[in-house]
Write a protein that binds this ligand. Structure first.
Ligand SMILES: NC(=O)c1ccc[n+]([C@@H]2O[C@H](COP(=O)([O-])OP(=O)(O)OC[C@H]3O[C@@H](n4cnc5c(N)ncnc54)[C@H](O)[C@@H]3O)[C@@H](O)[C@H]2O)c1
Length: 348
């Protein structure tokens, strides 16, 4: 089996590639543009010749055609995205290009390559075993009140340019299934944490700042609730959907760990033996969703997937990982990241 993983040099994609290479004998081709979020250091321990890295853009149709032809791709797992809400508020256009046009370009090339009769618009037959898996997010549903959880049938009500671009991509993926009969799945996962996460995201940002005794910037009152999942549970859920998912279906993925941002910050402070005086409340992000929570009963009951990590165990391991990988942190905290950080958290 030949799997094209896009965005595999990012946080979740790199964890997923290592997970799959260790579990199966598949060939994995990683196509990644290496934006600020892509980091080949995440993959440097991979020694097998079943892994190939290609630097390139998912919007580049002729490159995608070459990849499909050269590697006879059976499966596409599309992680490639601009993924940070704050950046989408500053500069939305690249989110639309990568997340929407990039996804549609991938779908189009896969359709051409996989369809039994590519020139027959009524043909709905595909090569056996092919699948397009779109890695999406719970943010497409918008925000919840104090009760209830996201279920797959809810209307999409995205509130940020990031989540709107991901929702758009979901709808395009769905349309390729409905119109052309393409075998697709969409997974919508809650907030991930774990090793190799770029330090602009809440948990690595707080761990790294705490280690350096720097301020811990918390948006608004810090009472925003997210439903956290360890990245390796997300990887095993995607693997499950790949093997057992019914074509055309959407699966929510979540770890049943609803926690307020401020309590995550306090947990990290405690684990690292620092003072809560480091906390600095800053002006809230515009359109900041208050609460997300995933109902994962479809994937657990229909496909038999269950998350393995408790939040306590996952956070202990994650904090230890950052403590033991200070070289990785120092390499990533480049000049560009510092400029971005100062822009986001100064004057607020
Ligand atoms: N991080 C989360 O908590 C979370 C939760 C649910 C869903 N997701 C989704 O999972 C996917 C991966 O998220 P992540 O946190 O690993 O993101 P990330 O920002 O760490 O990684 C994204 C990767 O995509 C690459 N990329 C960006 N534009 C590209 C392009 N045009 N062509 C090829 N590669 C490109 C980047 O170089 C980077 O390696 C995203 O689609 C995101 O929407 C993330």
């Amino acid at each position: 089996m030949n799997i094209l993983v896009t965005g595999g040099a990012g946080f979740i994609g790199s964890n997923f590639i290592k997970y799959m290479l260790s579990k199966y004998d598949y060939n994995i081709i990683n196509l990644d543009l290496l934006t600020y979020a892509g980091n080949l250091n995440n993959l440097k321990d991979i020694k097998t010749d079943r892994y190939t890295f290609i630097k390139g853009d998912i919007c580049d149709r002729s490159l995608l055609e070459k990849i499909f032809n050269s590697f006879d791709i059976d499966i596409v797992i599309n992680f490639a995205a601009e993924s940070h809400v704050d950046r989408s508020i500053e500069e939305p256009s690249v989110f639309l290009t990568t997340n929407i046009i990039g996804t549609q370009t991938l779908l189009e090339v896969a359709k051409k390559y996989w369809k039994i009769s590519p020139n027959d618009k009524y043909c709905r037959e595909y090569k056996p075993g092919v699948k397009f898996l779109q890695v999406s997010t719970d943010e497409v549903y918008g925000e919840l009140g104090q009760t209830g959880k996201f279920v797959e049938t809810m209307p999409l009500m995205p509130n940020s340019p990031y989540s709107a671009s991901k929702a758009s991509a979901d709808l395009i993926v769905r349309s390729y299934h409905e119109t052309y009969g393409m075998p697709v799945n969409i997974t919508r996962c809650s907030n991930n944490y774990g090793p190799f996460q770029f330090p602009e995201k809440l948990i690595p940002l707080m761990i790294i700042n705490c280690l350096k005794d720097k301020d811990l910037p918390v948006y608004g009152d810090g009472m925003q609730i997210r439903d956290w999942i360890h990245v390796s549970d997300h990887c095993s859920a995607i693997d499950t959907v790949l093997r057992k998912g019914i074509n055309g279906e959407i699966y929510n993925i979540g770890g049943n760990n609803e926690i307020e941002n401020i309590n995550i910050v306090k947990l990290i402070i405690k684990a690292l033996g620092k003072s809560e005086n480091l906390i600095r409340f800053v002006k809230d992000r515009p359109g900041h969703d208050r609460r997300y929570a995933i109902d994962n009963s479809k994937i657990t009951t229909q496909l038999g997937w269950v998350p393995k990590y408790t939040f306590e165990q996952g956070m202990n391991e994650t904090i230890k990982w950052y403590l033991n990988n200070t070289d990785w942190i120092e390499n990533i905290i480049s000049g560009d990241y510092i400029n971005y950080y100062e822009n986001m958290y100064s004057n607020v």
